[in-house]
Design a protein around this ligand. Structure first.
Ligand SMILES: NC(=O)c1ccc[n+]([C@@H]2O[C@H](COP(=O)([O-])OP(=O)(O)OC[C@H]3O[C@@H](n4cnc5c(N)ncnc54)[C@H](OP(=O)(O)O)[C@@H]3O)[C@@H](O)[C@H]2O)c1
Length: 273
């Protein structure tokens, strides 16, 4: 005779410690009344950028609780609020400094955090004319570093997904890549679960901002790589060919939820289907 101390169909209704990456809490699923179901949650820094917008969209499409971060001084704050709300995300406007960001991470406890921030030389020049420092050091390193420290202070350590770049490495020469490598190093020694993505050029017709050099580079590069592929240089093409934000966003969200992608540096060939 079998004696059940706990009925076989019993599912614990109390909050459980998450064992699945990206899942920070478990809630009663009112919809299907099956019992306890996980809620995955994500925080996107750089949500207003080309990649960030697609990541927010993809997270919402996958049914994740999504918080899109928009800087409080954004001149298009209301536009972003409306757009992200329609997509099913909520907007957070925590200022870019350590204490407030730490408090936000403690409050939200996201299961995954996407760091998709970055400036451009054009922006650096324009901001410098207004006396604002938006250098690679200040934005690409500085803001990502604030986010990283804030995540370290949270009770539940989120998976930190960092959008780096192809070419980042110990021998990086230019400032942009040096900064990316520095963030990668700090992330790897942070103790946080992480995934680093190093895509090649990210471009697409749906990028709002005109970036002629990027478009030209992608067109020329992709044509030459197409030629190389014809001559047997398939691996070269897979690594250096450009990618669009939809494809990249899908890959980033998938990686963020994949236990096997924890602690990995993912190169551009693995950021495409
Ligand atoms: N484009 C490429 O070919 C390529 C290739 C590999 C890696 N990446 C890296 O991928 C990341 C995302 O690329 P992307 O094309 O999505 O960039 P993007 O469209 O230029 O977006 C950049 C994001 O960073 C934020 N940001 C920039 N300066 C800021 C500042 N001073 N204060 C607060 N926020 C600031 C922007 O916010 P606002 O909208 O409020 O300004 C925006 O959300 C970048 O770090 C880039 O370097 C790019």
């Amino acid at each position: 005779m079998t004696v059940w101390l706990v009925p076989p169909a019993f599912e614990c209704p109390f909050p459980l410690q998450p064992r699945v990456p990206g899942i920070t809490r478990w809630t009663w699923n009112k919809k299907d009344k099956k019992g306890v179901s996980p809620v995955e949650s994500a925080f996107v820094a750089g949500a207003t950028g080309y990649v960030g917008r697609h990541v927010v969209l993809e997270l919402c499409r996958c049914g994740l609780e999504t918080v899109a971060h928009v800087r409080p001084d954004s001149p298009r704050l209301e536009h972003w609020r409306g757009l992200f709300k329609r997509q099913g995300a909520t907007v957070d406007c925590t200022p870019w400094s350590e204490r407030p960001m730490e408090a936000t991470m403690k409050r939200l406890e996201p299961g995954m955090v996407f760091a998709l921030l970055g400036t451009t030389r054009k922006r650096v020049r324009a901001d410098a004319e207004r006396g604002v420092d938006s250098s690679y050091q200040a934005v690409d390193y500085g803001l990502t570093s604030i986010l990283l420290h804030a995540c370290k202070g949270a009770a539940h350590k989120p998976r930190f997904v960092y959008l780096s770049s192809l070419g980042a490495g110990p021998r990086s020469r230019n400032t942009y890549l040096k900064v990316r490598w520095r963030v990668e190093q700090e992330l790897e020694s942070s103790g946080l679960p992480y995934t680093i993505a190093r895509p090649a050029i990210i471009t697409g017709k749906d990028r709002e901002e005109m970036r002629p050099a990027e478009i030209f580079g992608a067109c020329l590069g992709d044509s030459l790589l197409g030629l190389a592929r014809g001559l047997g240089g398939n691996n070269l093409s897979r690594r250096y060919r450009s990618t669009d934000a939809t494809t990249l966003a899908r890959a980033l969200v998938k990686l963020a939820r994949d236990p096997l992608a924890e602690g990995r540096v993912v190169l551009s060939e693995d950021l495409r289907p």
